[in-house]
Each structure stands twice: as structure tokens, then as C-alpha cells.
Design a protein around this ligand. Structure first.
Ligand code: SAM
Ligand code: SF4
Length: 445
């Protein structure tokens, strides 16, 4: 979500004639977009600000902080950092051009962190010319009403709010018109899409409407909350040809005691049941998730439940975090905090286990033909291009940049820890301008 917000801010800045520079020495304006989900990224903000102080002194650059830390700290940031000019919260992004113009004209130091009740902050900011890429995020909702006991998001992104479906469909059509092939629908809990809208449609219905848009070849979404994952959405994986067979479904812990303390609203068993349904409806589905270790009260046996869940599901990949205490959340008050060293040991053990599973899951792809949407030059070799399979796994293979934006069938020859390697599956695909796109049939429900 932050990545997408950064993109939106860059586009808004173009309106007031700013262009992105890769060289900080040339910058007239530095805006640090921030995350406060865990302590570490929050601390990085202060060191980043320290790094740009000289730009203010030498060039008179305007320095700003955006995002969740800005929302959370507000004027305290202006008080602490005397060379900071702008603090802009999560709902104030559309105001960026006016605020910047005001600072340029008056030298005023500004903090804008009010929550916008109208929904202006959810509106699309489209690129002025077709972007140099094949896929884009599309915000469908923001904020969260769940208040998991560890999480800062509801306090820094506000209450859950969905965008009207016609605005979303219009944005996707425009992106398709610019040549983009894939959209990833974004929200803290996309399964809850539609709640509170006047003409309410479900998330699955929204997916159906996007599936009908010509030019868009692939649809993804993130993130889903296990509690709200409906049967209708599970069935969408077998029904909608453009919906990629991948779901990110954070489970956070395998222990029912910890899930309850986290206020997650599901049990290990009900989570496993949903995974079972997903695998039944769509056997090729790739599964990824988030997990937290060392939540207050987590004993060895709770951690073992988490490891058991990992082994039962066999995720394709996993984002794993040590519990990080966030000021203002309910878990701050919880007793039985887990020692840092224990947290670290558990995290390392879990990550080693997942590393083996991920490699094994990648190895299962060897010999298969995967449909790859080519995104650009491979980071590994100038002879190769890279893209993503429908499972979201990175695939590198020999090919020219004229394949960018095309769906290419690639036979997987070797699996690695973080990517797959392959070769074009059909000889005729090597010839330019020959349509070598391949449609995959969906398993029957
Ligand atoms: N809405 C998503 C959900 O409910 O699954 C999660 C969004 S959250 C911004 C992304 C991930 O950050 C979470 O799934 C969780 O694993 C991690 N996270 C959030 N708060 C955390 C904390 N206090 N300590 C460690 N990890 C945390
Ligand atoms: Fe945070 Fe996700 Fe829970 Fe909302 S549902 S409070 S975003 S972890």
C-alpha cells in the first residue's frame, strides 16, 4: 500500500512540475514515505531524516514526511526536527500539490493529518502518460475496523472505507487503455469490500466486473482476512479466468490461545478448513501468508502449533515477523512478554523450516509449463527477461525485451529458493509478433 501511495504522490507532484530524481543531490523536495507497522521501519524515518539534513542546509530543499509515521506523530515530528517542513498524513495525499505550493510561497511549516470523511483520499491518481510497466495496484478500500490487538493500522489509516465500484472499474478500464495487463486490488481486508457503500456489491462481484474488462489479462488482490474469506470468493478462483491462482492469507499464529489474544476471530481449525476448500476448488493455488512469533503469552507449545500449521499447509512463501510492540495497541498492556532472544530463536527456526518448504514447492514446478507475464530485464542476466507466473513466483528465461507485456508459456527447468528458471515452451514464440499467448483451463469445482 505504501508503494502505491508513493506512486500516487509522484504523479500528483508532476502536476506542480516536480519530476523524480534518482540522485538525492539534485533534489529540491524530499518526501519520506513511512510505515509504522513495526518498530524498525519507524526508527528508520529518523535516520533517513538525518541523512537529508544537509540538503536543507546546502540547497534549501523542502523536507517532508508522509505515511503512517506522519499520521501517528503529527506535530511532534515538526517539534523534534527543526528542519522538517511538511508532515502529511495518510488521508491527506490529494492535498500534496497545494501544501507544497504553500510552503514554497510562504516558508510555512505544515502538518496535515486530519481524517477525510468524504473519501477523496481513495480517488485514483492516474499517470499522465502510459507508464513504463505492465501492472498496477488499484486501491479498492482503505483502513480497518478489525483492531487486532497487535496492529497499528486502524489508528494510522482510519476506519474501513470502500471505494464505489464504478470508480474502480473506470480506473481499471483506463489502465487497460494505457496497455497495462495486470491489476492488483489493494486493501487491508479486501474480503470486506462493499461494507457501508450505498449500492453494495461483494468483493466477488467486483472481481467479476473487472474480469470482464478487455485488455486486462490478470487480476490479483491483497490482503485477505481469513475470518471474512467467503465461499463465494473461494469459488471465484475456479470461475474467473483472469483471477490468478494465488492468495495471500495471513494466519499470524497456529495457536488458538494466541489467536484469541490477538483478536483475530478464527481458529487454527477454521483457517485450515478454508485452506482445504481453496485447495479443493483450485488445486494449483499458491498460498502465502504472514505470521508473527513471540506475541505476549506465546509458550513453546503455542509456537509448536504454528510450526504444525506451516507443515500442514506448506505455504509457497511466508512473511514472518517478531512481535513488535506498538504504542496505543491493546497488546501493549498484555503480560508475559516473550524475551527478545526467544523471539529471535523462534523466528530463525521457523524461517529455516519455511525455506525448505519454499524450495520444495518451487521444485514441484520443474518440468511444468507456466504462463509468465514478462515485466522486464532479469536482475540476474542481461540475456534474460523476468516475469511472474500466475502463482506470483518470479521466472527468469532467455528472451528479448520485445516480450515485455506478453503472456509467454515457459517450461520450468530449475527451481531456486526465490525464483524459477525456464525456457520458452513453444518454438514459434521465439519469433517476434507471433501470438504465443496460452490460455490455461481452470479445474472444475
Ligand atoms: N490486514 C492484514 C491481515 O489482517 O492479515 C495484515 C496487514 S498488516 C499491515 C501486515 C502484517 O504485518 C500483518 O499480517 C502482521 O503479520 C504484521 N504485523 C502487524 N503488526 C505487527 C506487530 N505489531 N508486530 C509484528 N508484526 C506485525
Ligand atoms: Fe491490522 Fe489486518 Fe488486523 Fe486490520 S485486520 S487490525 S490491518 S492485522
Amino acid at each position: 500500500m505504501n508503494e502505491h501511495d508513493t506512486e500516487r504522490m509522484l504523479r500528483l507532484l508532476e502536476e506542480v512540475h516536480y519530476a523524480e530524481t534518482k540522485n538525492a543531490r539534485e533534489a529540491d523536495f524530499v518526501l519520506i514515505n513511512t510505515c509504522s507497522v513495526r518498530e524498525k521501519p519507524e526508527h528508520k524515518v529518523y535516520s533517513a531524516l538525518g541523512r537529508y539534513k544537509w540538503l536543507k542546509e546546502k540547497r534549501g530543499a523542502i523536507i517532508g514526511v508522509a505515511g503512517c509515521v506522519a499520521q501517528q506523530e503529527g506535530t511532534r515530528l515538526l517539534d523534534q526536527i527543526p528542519y522538517l517542513d511538511l508532515v502529511i498524513g495518510t488521508h491527506a495525499i490529494p492535498m500534496l500539490p497545494q501544501l507544497l505550493t504553500k510552503i514554497e510561497a510562504s516558508g510555512e511549516r505544515i502538518c496535515e493529518t486530519a481524517y477525510d470523511q468524504g473519501g477523496e483520499y481513495l480517488k485514483a491518481v492516474l499517470p499522465q502518460k502510459p507508464p513504463d510497466k505492465v501492472k498496477s495496484y488499484v486501491t479498492i478500500m482503505q483502513g480497518c475496523d478489525h483492531f487486532c490487538s497487535f496492529c497499528i493500522v486502524p489508528y494510522v489509516r482510519g476506519r474501513e472505507k470502500s471505494r464505489p465500484s464504478r470508480e474502480i472499474v473506470e480506473e481499471v478500464k483506463q489502465l487497460a487503455g494505457m496497455g497495462l495487463k495486470e491489476v492488483c486490488l489493494l486493501g487491508q481486508n479486501v474480503n470486506g469490500y462493499g461494507r457501508g457503500l450505498e449500492q453494495e456489491i461483494s468483493f466477488s462481484e467486483l472481481l467479476e466486473r473487472i474480469n470482464d474488462i478487455e485488455g486486462i489479462e490478470r487480476i490479483r488482490f491483497t490482503t485477505s482476512h481469513p475470518k471474512d474469506l467467503s465461499e463465494e470468493l473461494i469459488r471465484a478462483f475456479s470461475k474467473l479466468p483472469k483471477l490468478c491462482e494465488h492468495i495471500h492469507l495471513p494466519f499470524q499464529s497456529g495457536s488458538n490461545k494466541i489467536l484469541k489474544a490477538m483478536h483475530r476471530g478464527y481458529t487454527k481449525e477454521s483457517y485450515l478448513e478454508k485452506i482445504h476448500r481453496l485447495k479443493k476448488v483450485c488445486p494449483s493455488i499458491a498460498l502465502t501468508a504472514d505470521v508473527i512469533v513471540g506475541f505476549p503469552g506465546e509458550e513453546e507449545k503455542d509456537f509448536e502449533e504454528t510450526l504444525d500449521l506451516l507443515q500442514q499447509v506448506r505455504f509457497d512463501d511466508l512473511f514472518s515477523f517478531k512481535y513488535s510492540q506498538r504504542k496505543g495497541t491493546r497488546a501493549v498492556e498484555f503480560e508475559d512478554k516473550v524475551e527478545e532472544q526467544v523471539k529471535q530463536e523462534r523466528l530463525s527456526f521457523l524461517q529455516e523450516m519455511q525455506k525448505r518448504i519454499t524450495l520444495e514447492k518451487n521444485q514441484e514446478c520443474e518440468g511444468r509449463v507456466e504462463e509468465v507475464l514478462v515485466e522486464g530485464r532479469s536482475k540476474q542476466s542481461s540475456q534474460d527477461v523476468a516475469g511472474r507466473a500466475r502463482s506470483n513466483k518470479i521466472v527468469n528465461f532467455g528472451g528479448d525485451l520485445n516480450l515485455v507485456g506478453r503472456l509467454i508459456p515457459v517450461q520450468i527447468t530449475k527451481a531456486y529458493a526465490h525464483s524459477l528458471r525456464g525456457e520458452i515452451a513453444l518454438p514459434q514464440c521465439r519469433l517476434q509478433n507471433i501470438n504465443c499467448e496460452m490460455k490455461f483451463s481452470k479445474p472444475a469445482t
